[in-house]
Design a binder for this molecule. Sequence first.
Ligand code: BGC
Length: 750
Amino acid sequence: MKFAFTPVPALAALVFAGSLTFARALHAQFPGMPQPKLYPWSDRSLSPDQRADLVIKEMTLDEKISLLHGRGAHFFSPPGLTGGVDGTDAIPRLGIPAIQMADSSYGVTKGAAMGRYSTALPSNLGAASSWDPEMIFEYGSLIGRELRDQGYNMSLGGGVNLTREPRDGRTFEYQGEDPLLAGTLAGNFVRGIQSQHLIGDLKHFAVNDQESGRNSLNVNISKRAMRETDLRAFEIALRISDAGAVMCAYNRVNSDFACENSYLLTDVLKGDFRFRGFILADWGGTHSTVKASHAGLDMEQPHNIFFGTALRKAAESGEVSQDEINEHVHRVLRSLFATGTFDDPTRGQVPDVEGGYRIAQEIAEKSIVLLKNKNDVLPLSTDTSSVVLIGGHADVAVPSGGGSGQVDPPGGSPVPPPPPHDFFSAGIRPAWMPSSPLHAIMAKMPSAKISYVSGDDLTAAAAAAKSADVAIVFAYQWESEAVDLPTLDLSPDQNKLIEAVAAANPKTIVVLETGGPATMPWIDKVAGVVEAWYPGIRGSEALANILTGAVNPTGKLAVTFPRSDADLPHPNLVLPPPGSLPDFNHLVADNSNIFSVLFQTLPAFQINYDEGLKVGYKWYDAEQKPVLFPFGFGLSYTSYEYSGLKVQGGDTMTASFTVKNTGARIGIEIAQVYVSFPEVAGEPPKRLVGWARVKLAAGASKLVSIAIERDRLTIFDESADTWKMVPGRYNLLVGGSSRDLPLSAAVNLQ
Ligand code: BGC
């Protein structure tokens, strides 16, 4: 029996019949069923902490330990589990439900094997281009609802690692390069998840900014750089969401593994950030028992190698005190109570597919960024009689991000994956979402001739482009967890295709479907560029609306697009030394035990984040490097003018200015405020301190006020181990992107 479809009335009858013990046991196995309110800790008038303490008083040591580790379900899903990635066992005697976790970065994962549908939303970085916290709350709420529908009560989404290395294979899963923007959006994502009474998590704590060698690399970074960049994003996200969980990362930070790093886990996260939930290790990221427990790790996943019998023994011998065990358990229980997960058990039900489609499309429309629009080639004019789409499988599908976040395409991937060539490529292969740009554009332009050519033959592609009014080339860059991109360049074949098409038709538009930034050696030769990211299950419909002008683009980049790899802080990706990683193919070939080596402690290799505070635009600004497209950039089919900046002081500074829509159609402008610090602060040239999405009818103006809280203006003082404000002259800069800031005002702060 699958609990997702368990008939609720049957349980109600059982409870009614008085079979409470049985009901409790049944409930523990099938957490979707209503829970009898029998326990002292069922009293909702008590605080989550009081409720957790009441449970702990009743628990045996074995029961406590059972809440602190996984069940190994990642690889061998035991019968009765929901097909997620793991969690903890129920404690039927005490009414504590099993924690059922599923990856859910841009939708609920691993559904296909169980015949389940879930909505693939635009990638996280795509959605971050909306700069819209309320919409991201909707994004999280939708995922929360679909998790519940499938019987999960904990999300593993909430990726908020900063894009310090844009070739990171998970760039699509994160929220860009600025801590305020990324933290605000990730916080609202988790707030959305938890609004559905589930435990949300933020990950991967911390500085897990590349995938290459992630299980062995040691990040060397100063405290100040960490606190003001990656950790700042977590801090902001936590403040907004009160997340029930944080996942610590695979990598080492300043010598200690993140999951046994007492500075990160205890001093910063549980101390300074006052995090009250539990810390769970990334899958296989636990490397010790006593050290990890002392450092603040609360839960090992997905195994029980260090936090099962080994932790029990350490507790019995006194190496780990009872108080420490209770503290770990308290945090897990507290999150179950604080998020409403205990009080509102999941009920398996059929997801609202249409509702999911609607929201996915709205989000995609706000995510797409118009990067170039020479001579107003877009929107496609109504007298366009023929359009040819070229390449990128635009006849059938849009790409999606891979790895543990991969949402299964309903009905399977319309583009078959390439044959696997090794152990890794067998598990991690591109999947495409069944959303056809060709059909969506045909539906929007019924009287035009819309055709498709694959682009495999350059001569045929150029000929097709020549004979059409407009040529749209679809170019993609597939990204996945566990593998970084060797370069930000598109494949040479795609670059050649774009050049050939652009030479044949002056009205060539490139639609990019990438996880993050891409380089564009052909930029001066094409008329238009649209960044669609991985746009999700309704991506094509959203794109067709943007291309035809039914929707005016509003998205702005949450990452810089550099001109080339050479301009990055680390022009060459820092890779583990050859031979330092296990050879999985060899293991498969000789039938050795993969799992014993998969999670072994590997020798460290070093990565020095000497660029420190200079992440993303802060790097290019400080190094005075020109960029292809700056952070915060995005065009619209209308235009805006900024005027009249006034700054009011006080505890919270307020910047007021006027934005005018100077074009002919309604639009939404994302107005941004940056600050440059007095020189003694030692900061990069500017920092984003606020923004507003301003909706304006054609010709209309609005007075916009943006409050800048004090802590957006502080710096981390390493010697005093605290945040401080540097007195002096600050410059506020206002405009439509990090490199288009027409307004400025100086203020003296004490
Ligand atoms: C990833 C996590 C994910 C976990 C469970 C790990 O490899 O880094 O983000 O939540 O697997 O699938």
